[in-house]
Design a protein around this ligand. Structure first.
Ligand code: FAD
Length: 422
């Protein structure tokens, strides 16, 4: 008889496991607590800007092999778009200086040897000082591993690690930072081409997965929150969705618990999980980007960190943003817009006071990628033989990213299949 895989949580990690297990012959039932799939990676219509926006601007890189394989599996890889070369323009809005890092398109990081392609006013020696990150342990602080000052740090290392770790880089885990550096900068330009879901996160990474499952007879049930589970003989025995809504698990049925850490700890008492989180703030402005605007612009010297140009919209990402969570929204929007105008070169008549805008503050965007929090990340195996964990906060060896989330879903699926085989 066909076995059922119950996937709890329809974020990227859960959907990854769902698609893998559907392809492997399981009957898949996804249960999502909210009324929309996607978790922290989703789009929605926003009345203030009259646009469909993402909860956060998400950047993938061409070296995110698991995330791209997931998109390929659901038929939407072509929706991840970006420039042909790994070029990253930057502006310092304090000094007005602009530059572009050009990582090329090969495996060999030849850009390090070319003054015209690396960060201005940096030398090869500055880059060699980053080498300890490549072998640093997850318990080491970034600050203990590499210099956290100087031109290279301010213009490249700080923006890169801040975006990847979502903590102030010196307090971050050097091992997690090292994984990012190994898989991006050290893997050459071929791994660093920026990729964006131009038509929106839901359209590219979520809805195609839901459609893929539905077309094959699997289910994705929204507003279906797992409240508790019962256990027997070292296994999950039944899933309780409230009241009479209880699903008894048959022999060979499995559960992939792909919910955020707090929810997982509530469902599995005694489970060790990260306890500290950091906010990410995104600001969206309804404004046609100036002609020739870079799809992604690194911004130094202000609040804004990354500026994304979409059709009809300029959007900003600010990581490690707990300090901005209580700031009045109007004040924050105006401050960010002023910086956007500086960065994008919008001035004079082209510069409206403040176009239609939206501020999205994800308070618990990611776990804090510090050594102490990283040590709290559990692996995928639990005390229950038929229940596996997935999620960007599990021990993936990466910070909380889509790539980490997809890897966790793949790993949970691998374990389910290995258990089935044995
Ligand atoms: C603003 C922002 C910007 C980001 N930018 C980037 C970026 O540029 N690049 C990048 O790679 N990553 C980025 N990330 C991180 C990325 O979004 C996450 O790593 C990824 O989406 C996490 O997916 P997940 O499946 O692990 O968890 P989640 O998305 O949290 O999914 C968990 C799901 O479980 C559901 N759930 C919870 N409890 C229950 C329950 N009891 N029963 C059923 N369902 C339940 C939740 O509703 C949710 O849908 C960003 C995140 C944010 C918030």
């Amino acid at each position: 008889m066909q076995k059922t895989a119950h996937i709890i949580g329809a974020g990227i990690s859960g959907l990854t496991a769902a698609v893998r297990l559907a392809n492997a012959g399981f009957r898949v039932a996804v249960h999502e607590a909210t009324n929309q799939a996607g978790g922290r990676c989703r789009s929605y219509f926003d009345g203030a800007t009259n646009l469909t926006i993402d909860n956060g601007n998400h950047l993938l890189l061409s070296g995110n092999s698991h995330a791209r394989a997931y998109a390929r599996a659901i038929g939407s890889e072509a929706g991840l778009v970006g420039p042909d070369r790994a070029q990253f323009p930057f502006v310092d809005i304090k000094t007005g200086q602009r530059w572009q890092i050009d990582l090329g398109d090969g495996r060999f990081p030849g850009w390090l040897f070319d003054e015209g392609r690396r960060v201005p006013d940096t030398g090869l020696m500055d880059y060699l000082k980053l080498a300890p990150l490549a072998w640093a342990s997850e318990q080491t602080l970034v600050a203990k591993s590499i210099p956290c000052e100087g031109t290279l740090y301010q213009r490249l290392v700080q923006p890169l690690l801040l975006a990847a770790l979502n903590v102030d880089p010196p307090e971050g885990s050097a091992g997690l930072a090292g994984a990012i550096v190994r898989e991006t900068l050290l893997a050459g330009g071929q791994a660093c081409r920026p990729l964006i879901a131009r038509d929106g996160l839901s359209a590219v990474l979520i809805e195609p997965a839901v459609k893929f499952l539905a077309e094959r007879g699997h289910t994705v049930q929204l507003s279906h929150e797992l409240r508790s589970l019962t256990t027997a003989d070292g296994k999950a025995g039944a899933l309780n969705f409230g009241g009479e809504d209880v699903i008894a698990l048959g022999e060979g049925d499995v559960v992939v618990l792909s919910v955020p850490p707090r929810a997982a700890a509530g469902l599995l008492p005694g489970l060790k999980t990260p306890t500290e989180f950091r906010a990410i703030v995104n600001a969206h402005f309804r404004y046609e980007p100036p002609p020739g605007a870079a799809p992604i612009l690194g911004v130094i010297g202000g609040l804004v960190e990354w500026l994304f140009a979409f059709p009809n919209r300029l959007s900003v990402t600010i990581s490690n943003a707990d300090r901005l969570v209580e700031m009045p929204r109007e004040e924050l929007a105006q401050k960010i817009w002023n910086e956007v105008c500086e960065a994008a070169g919008i001035s004079g008549e082209q510069q409206p006071q403040l176009p239609p805008w939206q501020i999205v503050r994800e308070r618990r965007a990611t776990f804090a990628a510090t050594p102490a929090q990283n040590a709290l990340r559990p692996g995928p195996v639990t005390a229950l033989k038929n229940l596996f964990l997935a999620g960007d906060w599990t021990a993936t060896g990466l910070p909380a990213t889509i790539e980490g989330s997809v890897r966790s879903g793949d790993r949970a699926a691998d374990l389910v299949l290995a258990a089935k085989g044995s």
